[in-house]
Design a binder for this molecule. Structure first.
Ligand code: SF4
Length: 503
């Protein structure tokens, strides 16, 4: 398929859609994209000017609403057949990109008879689209219908998106929009998981970096909050695995943060204690003294073989021990994560993991679908390469996986946990999603607030992103991801962050 882009330069957006269906996309000319052979010739047009004529080359789009269209010719008839119009629509300027993707998706779905669970939605949070559809106070049914009929989302995913959106709104109503969220990241883990692309360091091997890193982060917090004292409603200590720090260093970190972070009295404080083997009675006590209200203990699976295969190096028994210790320490809000689609696991294995998890009665559960990030060990093992063919295989609709994820989601709803946040990643198995479920009153405020793009986020630590929100405008400033660079450039990074929030 060859696509000629006329009157616009949304090549990245169209490439996203082509990649779903064909894996590899080429760009032989600035205004041409090519994927999956040359049997079809398409022209994607943004008509400009008063006569709505297509312009011959990419131009600035100058009116509030523009005409978009998609034309198709079979390549062997290109010489003697005029192209025929497939779609045409008038859309507001800020929707052009999405509309062009939608037109292309609908056509490719028809030609290939491949149907992705989230239809044409790539690069947009489904609940964000629901919010836009319901902006005129329509009933939720309208969003569900539009997701299915216009955006080609499967009915079950449309239902999930609408239900999650409604929960998100309830959670957001508890978060004042003029109060920021705070995030701090500890990029160390006991070992590296096979699917991880995060720049995390092995805490045991990088002992030399632990102290300088903690000191740098505390210095960043001190200088930042000397200038930005606004009290935050939620704080998330993530990573990595903060509990992989040796106890005295964790104590130094938590004591330092406690005296520096401006938090409201009722602030939610979450600590990622992801690896069960890092928890001890000692560090759990420190977390309690710090005021943590919510911790995450993440099994990912309850099968020993899989745990070893994915490089987590802890046992199922350690999950049970960690949970018992956390309860004994007084934690009454514990989140647990599972991953669907781990290598070597059957639907029965996954369903069994979920049942084992439910016995432990976590207040909230996040069901992830395996995403294969390019820099992960799993990507290397799967030979994820620049040809795009392996990405194609990963993203392909996978009815068995879709079914097992849907069953897990239904099972969680049966136990009284409702979906309250939802996001999607690139290169995720079966083109599926990650969903957080919680018992009423146990939703994570930070997760919802951060995802909503309605609240400012002050990020601390390597790779942390600070975010300023002015109405619909969101500006971001990331810290250096590399730990050594982060420490070296600390003053610079603090200055950039303070500049972001300067009035
Ligand atoms: S625990 Fe999380 S951050 Fe650490 S290696 Fe595993 S996936 Fe990566």
């Amino acid at each position: 398929m060859i696509i000629q882009m006329t009157g616009h330069t949304y090549d990245f957006a169209l490439s996203d859609v082509l990649r779903l269906f064909f894996g590899r996309v080429e760009r032989p000319r600035p205004d041409l994209l090519s994927a999956g052979g040359e049997a079809w010739y398409l022209e994607s047009l943004v008509h400009t000017g008063p006569d709505s004529q297509p312009s011959a080359s990419p131009v600035e789009i100058g009116s509030a609403e523009v005409r978009t269209s998609l034309w198709l010719t079979e390549a062997d008839q290109a010489a003697n057949q005029p192209p025929f119009l497939i779609y045409e629509d008038f859309v507001p300027l800020d929707s052009v990109r999405r509309e062009l993707k939608r037109q292309l998706y609908v056509l490719l779905e028809r030609i290939t008879d491949v149907h992705f669970p989230w239809g044409s939605l790539t690069g947009v949070r489904p609940t964000q689209l629901v919010e836009q559809i319901l902006a005129d106070d329509s009933a939720p049914d309208k969003a569900q219908t539009e997701l299915v009929e216009v955006w080609r989302v499967s009915p079950s995913k449309a239902d999930l998106a609408v239900r999650t959106f409604l929960s998100e709104q309830r959670v957001l109503s508890q978060l004042p929009t003029d109060v920021p969220l705070i995030y701090a990241g500890i990029p160390f883990c006991p070992s590296r998981c096979a699917y991880c692309s995060f720049i995390s360091q092995d805490a045991h091997r990088r002992k030399d970096q632990l102290e300088p890193y903690v000191d740098a982060l505390l210095e960043e917090a001190r200088q930042t909050f000397a200038v930005l004292p606004a009290k935050a409603s939620a704080f998330y200590l993530g990573g990595g695995t903060p509990t992989s720090l040796p106890e005295p260093l964790l104590e130094r970190l938590l004591t330092g943060l406690q005296s520096t972070l401006p938090l409201t009295r009722q602030a939610e404080i979450t600590v990622e204690a992801g690896r069960p083997d890092t928890l001890t009675a000692g560090n759990l006590r420190l977390l309690r003294e710090f005021g943590a209200t919510r911790i995450c203990i993440n099994p990912q699976t309850f099968h020993e073989k899989t745990l070893q295969r994915i490089g987590r190096h802890h046992s199922v028994e350690q999950i049970h021990t960690a949970m018992a210790m956390a309860r004994a320490a007084g934690f009454d809000h514990i989140n647990m994560d599972l991953i669907a689609g781990l290598p070597g696991e059957s639907p029965e294995d996954f369903a069994d993991s979920l049942e084992q998890l439910l016995v432990l009665e976590p207040e909230s559960v996040t069901i992830h679908t395996l995403a294969i990030k390019r820099s992960s060990r799993l990507a290397l093992e799967l030979e994820l390469d620049s040809s795009g063919q392996s990405n194609l295989a990963i993203n392909r609709p996978n009815p068995a996986l879709m079914d097992m994820v849907a069953r897990a989601q239904d099972r969680l709803v049966e136990t009284g946990r409702h979906p309250y946040y939802l996001y999607r990643q690139k290169d995720v198995a079966g083109g599926l999603e990650n969903v957080g479920f919680a018992l009423p009153g146990h939703e994570c405020l930070y997760n919802v607030g951060m995802m909503s793009d309605r609240l400012a986020v002050i990020g601390l630590g390597s790779g942390a992103i600070s975010k300023r929100v002015d109405g619909r405008k969101v500006s971001r400033v990331p810290n250096d991801k590399d730990i050594a660079h982060y420490i070296q450039r600390l003053d610079d990074l603090i200055a950039r962050k303070l500049k972001l929030f300067a009035i």
